[in-house]
Design a protein around this ligand. Structure first.
Ligand code: ZN
Length: 159
């Protein structure tokens, strides 16, 4: 049997053939029909409101890794170029930690990943202003590793 390794897990080539998902990313202000909120806050709010698992929960970071980043962004907000270097260093630590969480998510929530990959399109949404330091771009890359097509970040209409 032909098999392909995807981030520590195996997908059969027969699984890959069906994937036609087109992946965009955007800020939470995006309102298209393919919008998927993948924020931790969004997943928690949905769970609190309905008692159910939010649709975007499998791709949301844990508070353990995301809270230090949120706190740091607030602390260095007015520090200009120094803030940029601090946030870049924090991002370099966050990226492998979040990728490891997604590896676990792929194993635990395989049905949700497969259902997402079977869609024609999705726009992964988060609050972060910089998509290059946001988990939405990591999730997009992981979906591409599963056969999806990356269509990039949508322009922010509020700017
Ligand atoms: Zn984000």
């Amino acid at each position: 049997m032909h098999a392909r390794r995807v981030r520590g897990t195996t997908r059969r080539t027969s699984d890959l053939r069906a994937v036609t998902l087109r992946v965009h990313t955007a800020r939470l202000s995006y309102v298209g029909v393919d919008r998927l909120d993948i924020t931790r806050a969004g997943a928690d709010a949905y769970r609190k409101r309905t008692g159910l698992t939010g649709e975007g929960e499998p791709w949301a970071p844990s508070w353990t890794i995301v809270w230090p980043i949120i706190k740091l962004r607030r602390e260095v907000r007015d520090l200009g170029a120094y803030a940029d270097s601090v946030l870049l260093a924090a991002w370099r630590a966050y990226e492998p930690a979040f990728t490891a969480e997604m590896r676990n998510s792929y194993r635990r929530n395989r049905a949700a990943w497969d259902a997402l990959l079977a869609r024609p399109s999705v726009t992964l949404c988060c609050t972060c202003t910089n998509p290059d330091q946001c988990h939405r771009r990591i999730v997009a890359r992981l979906l591409v590793a599963c056969g999806a097509v990356d269509c990039g970040e949508r322009p922010d209409r509020r700017q």
